[in-house]
Design a protein around this ligand. Structure first.
Ligand SMILES: NC(=O)c1ccc[n+]([C@@H]2O[C@H](COP(=O)([O-])OP(=O)(O)OC[C@H]3O[C@@H](n4cnc5c(N)ncnc54)[C@H](OP(=O)(O)O)[C@@H]3O)[C@@H](O)[C@H]2O)c1
Length: 232
């Protein structure tokens, strides 16, 4: 049984991570910024009261991160897997209309939030069993693959996430903590939309299999949900 913390666990990829992790017998800390609205998550938690704890956490709120740390720290000796999944996207950005406000909000949620969560949970990850920090990024954050316009805030915030956690990966490599960024594919969620070719269940199953296979040699890498290497 592994101890797993998932951010943005109330819907989409995050919820599926929680559902499949419970199915695999893990101990799940499922974080969501609005627990009242997280109806499916509440049902999953009431069906698995001993192995699932719901935590209110907006990843842009440092008090929430601290509170989440205290809850997890009181419940388990160590954290084995942190899945930094929460993310936002703004559509329709153009050279004329993109705004500092949207750019800042995107960086706070997609890059700074995951980094602050990782920082706070490091002491618990150090006590985990083959600990891993899995950051859900996007291939839209690949600078090499940026051969089209649009998505200013999303792409640049995911590129910032990639650089932040790659740096972290090498700083904490000696502690045995594996850090990777993973592109989940184009997935049928609220964010991915109904035309996305990949089912959430398949993307998450692929990522959980990938997580099982990761070793310290993989730390600092940019991978797809199927385990292929992506260019930065
Ligand atoms: N779907 C795709 O095709 C695709 C492709 C590449 C990468 N990704 C990445 O995969 C991750 C999950 O995406 P998804 O498709 O599952 O998206 P989604 O269905 O839109 O779900 C996003 C989740 O993030 C949460 N969230 C947003 N801002 C938050 C904050 N400040 N604090 C805490 N939670 C927050 C949302 O909570 P609320 O319900 O409260 O809004 C929701 O639970 C994201 O990082 C996304 O960038 C997705």
């Amino acid at each position: 049984m592994r101890n797993i913390l998932i951010t943005g666990a109330n819907r989409g990829i995050g919820f599926e991570f929680a559902r499949q992790s419970i199915g695999r017998g893990d101990r799940v800390f499922a974080a969501s910024r609005n627990l009242e609205k997280a109806i499916e998550l509440q049902h999953l938690a009431s069906a698995n009261p001993k192995r699932m704890t719901l935590i209110k956490m907006d990843v842009t709120n440092e008090d929430d991160i601290e509170n989440a740390y205290e809850i997890v720290n009181e419940s388990v000796e160590g954290l084995d897997i942190l899945i930094n999944n929460a993310g936002i996207i703004y559509r329709g950005e153009t050279p004329e209309n993109f705004s500092a406000e949207i750019l800042i909000e995107s960086f706070k949620t997609n890059a700074i939030g995951p980094m602050m969560v990782a920082q706070r949970f490091l002491p618990l990850l150090e006590k985990g069993e083959s600990p891993k920090i899995i950051n859900i990024t996007s291939q839209l954050g690949s600078i090499e693959r940026k051969t089209f316009g649009g998505h200013y805030s999303y792409s640049s915030s995911k590129a910032a996430l990639n650089m932040l956690v790659r740096t972290l990966a090498f700083d904490i490599r000696s502690k045995g903590i594996i850090v990777v960024v993973v592109h989940p594919g184009w997935v049928r969620t609220d964010m991915g939309g109904e035309n996305a070719p990949i089912r959430t269940v398949d993307s998450v199953q692929g990522m959980l299999n990938l997580i099982d296979r990761l070793s310290i040699e993989n730390t600092g890498s940019f991978l797809t949900w199927e385990g292929n290497v992506l260019p930065w």
